[in-house]
Design a protein around this ligand. Structure first.
Ligand code: NAG
Ligand code: NAG
Ligand code: NAG
Ligand code: NAG
Ligand code: NAG
Ligand code: NAG
Ligand code: NAG
Ligand code: NAG
Ligand code: ZN
Length: 450
């Protein structure tokens, strides 16, 4: 973290012309299914279960085609390229027109910074007082009060609690990690890249069906402050839409690649109802093999966070820790650290649970357990009435209370997916007719929280 900051400040002051591989994650040299190289098809992959069946990274990353995505891919930007509004997309065009007007009125003099791959030479004269609350400049996470913008989330409010998330998925080879999380009963917040969702839809489906919280991590994983208003909007909008199309839920959270955000980008994201979740501690797993970072360094970084717990650092809050499902090493490293994390911290929870975001999606009929429920400290019928149903043993069950909509299987792939995911998570899928009033109430609570 410190190392990264120093690198950034140095680069800004000397105007280094090289792209910086600083805080955040890789992404420029990762395997892109649709770009170059021979495509070897995975003959047996036809559905979520078959996509989840192998833990051999080579086999897992073989191409498959998935008709629901083939049917709609023309409505999305080209994968792994800077997003723009797709010609003819009237809905996106109309929404962007209002957002653009708002952004231009509020920030008439704030334009794109640097380049998409993080060359900040042209921003080297940026005001040292950091008027834009630019994370990459100063790690600013709290916009000035008069901006009207929400502060970024950097930690969790629960003591002795590790906020768990993985960036850069869905990775084609994530089955061993997801199997492990499933076997441990552990959910996490998954920050998905839109291009990966389109490339590996069945892996994204597994994310929701396993009960993880899904958030947006942009379309092409580049530096967001370098984008025009339209590009930044499209990066977020189409990632949100890809997750909705494939997994049936519309996320309300995002994380900027490399942490690169300023007030202009925050406003665009807030206009899409996306809460910005950054982090307090970086394992630097994404950096192994570059900048002299070794796997041993990553193990030490995990240990540093665990040691802080032993020193009372987390008596009143917990860290949000940055790690990745970007490759075999980062995932394997988490597996070796998990028991130590559990021993050092009282709880390991996804961000939604830490903040009691019981309706983390636009679809308010898909709910998430609140903190007490997730940590088995309550029976599940919390004051908000929206927590998971739990059975007598306290473990989440799919049994929604009376009037629950049953996954009849007659709906679209994604609505039955939402129901399935609800079952896997132990969340209730509520019949809107019966629970309408409760949902309205929850909606209002959720609004005040977001
Ligand atoms: C959005 O605003 C920018 C100015 O920041 C302007 O150049 C651009 O034309 C606008 N785009 C649309 C689609 O109105
Ligand atoms: C954001 O949330 C508000 C309140 O629920 C809603 O009216 C609005 O349409 C949402 N905006 C977008 C872009 O989803
Ligand atoms: C997914 O993980 C594999 C290693 O298991 C890695 O080679 C590949 O680059 C990753 N893909 C993406 C898109 O990050
Ligand atoms: C890493 O790759 C090996 C095979 O090369 C595989 O057996 C193992 O399950 C993978 N680990 C993870 C966590 O993905
Ligand atoms: C979450 O709910 C618990 C129990 O009801 C409460 O103690 C805690 O303050 C809530 N957290 C937030 C961030 O609202
Ligand atoms: C809650 O209880 C279930 C079932 O006993 C268990 O699998 C899970 O690990 C528990 N979660 C926590 C956070 O203790
Ligand atoms: C998801 O649902 C929407 C509306 O219900 C539908 O238009 C879309 O085709 C569905 N997507 C898939 C992948 O089935
Ligand atoms: C949730 O509500 C949406 C409408 O917002 C609907 O399309 C979907 O089928 C519902 N899902 C379930 C599982 O009831
Ligand atoms: Zn990333």
């Amino acid at each position: 973290m410190l190392q990264a900051t120093t690198a950034v400040l140095l680069a800004l002051s000397v105007g280094a012309s090289q792209a910086l591989g600083h805080a955040g994650c890789g992404g420029h040299d990762i395997a892109r299914r649709n770009l170059g190289g021979p495509i070897i098809a995975a003959a047996a992959v036809t559905d979520e279960a078959s996509a989840a069946s192998s833990v051999d990274p080579v086999e897992e990353c073989m191409y498959y085609s998935y008709q629901p995505v083939l049917d709609v891919v023309k409505n999305f930007p080209t994968v792994w390229q800077t997003a723009a509004i797709v010609p003819g997309d009237d809905e996106a065009t109309a929404l962007f027109a209002t957002i653009n007007a708002t952004v231009n009125a509020k920030y008439p003099n704030v334009g794109p910074k640097g380049t998409h791959n993080g060359d900040w030479t042209l921003s080297k004269n940026y005001d040292a007082k950091d008027p834009d609350c630019w994370w990459t400049h100063s790690q600013c996470t709290t916009p000035a009060a008069d901006s009207g913008l929400k502060a970024d989330i950097v930690s969790v409010p629960e003591p002795e609690t590790w906020g768990l998330g993985f960036d850069d998925g869905p990775n084609c080879s994530h089955n061993a990690l997801y199997d492990y999380l499933r076997d441990q009963g552990q959910k996490a917040t998954m920050f998905y890249i839109g291009s990966n969702v389109i490339d590996w839809p069945l892996q994204a489906l597994r994310g929701i069906d396993d009960g993880h919280q899904l958030c947006v991590h942009t379309w092409s994983h580049q530096y967001m402050t370098s984008m025009t208003n339209e590009e930044a909007f499209a990066e977020l909008y189409y990632t949100r839409k890809s997750i909705q199309t494939v997994a049936g839920v519309t996320p309300m959270c995002w994380r900027p690649p490399y942490g690169d955000v300023d007030n202009r980008i925050r406003l665009i994201a807030e206009s899409l109802n996306l809460t910005n979740i950054v982090w307090s501690d970086d394992t630097e797993d994404w950096q192994v093999g570059t900048g002299g970072v070794t796997q041993d360094d990553v193990s030490k970084n995990y240990q540093l966070v665990i040691d802080k717990a032993g020193k009372g650092t987390y008596a009143t809050h917990g860290p949000v820790v940055l790690n990745h499902e970007i490759n075999n090493m980062t995932m394997a490293e988490f597996l070796t650290q998990y028991d130590k994390i559990k021993a050092g911290f009282k709880y390991v929870v996804p961000i939604a649970a830490a903040y009691n975001w019981t309706t983390p999606y636009v679809e308010t009929n898909v709910t998430f357990p609140d903190f007490m429920t997730y940590t088995n400290q309550s029976s599940g019928d919390s004051a908000s009435g929206s927590a998971s149903a739990t059975d007598a043993s306290g473990s989440p069950t799919a049994a929604a209370s009376g009037g629950s909509a049953s996954p009849s299987g007659t709906g679209s792939a994604n609505s039955s997916t939402a129901a399935k995911s609800a079952a896997a998570l132990g969340v209730e899928v509520k019949g809107a007719a019966v629970w309408g009033v409760a949902i309205m109430l929850i909606g209002r609570i959720a609004l005040s929280m977001w």
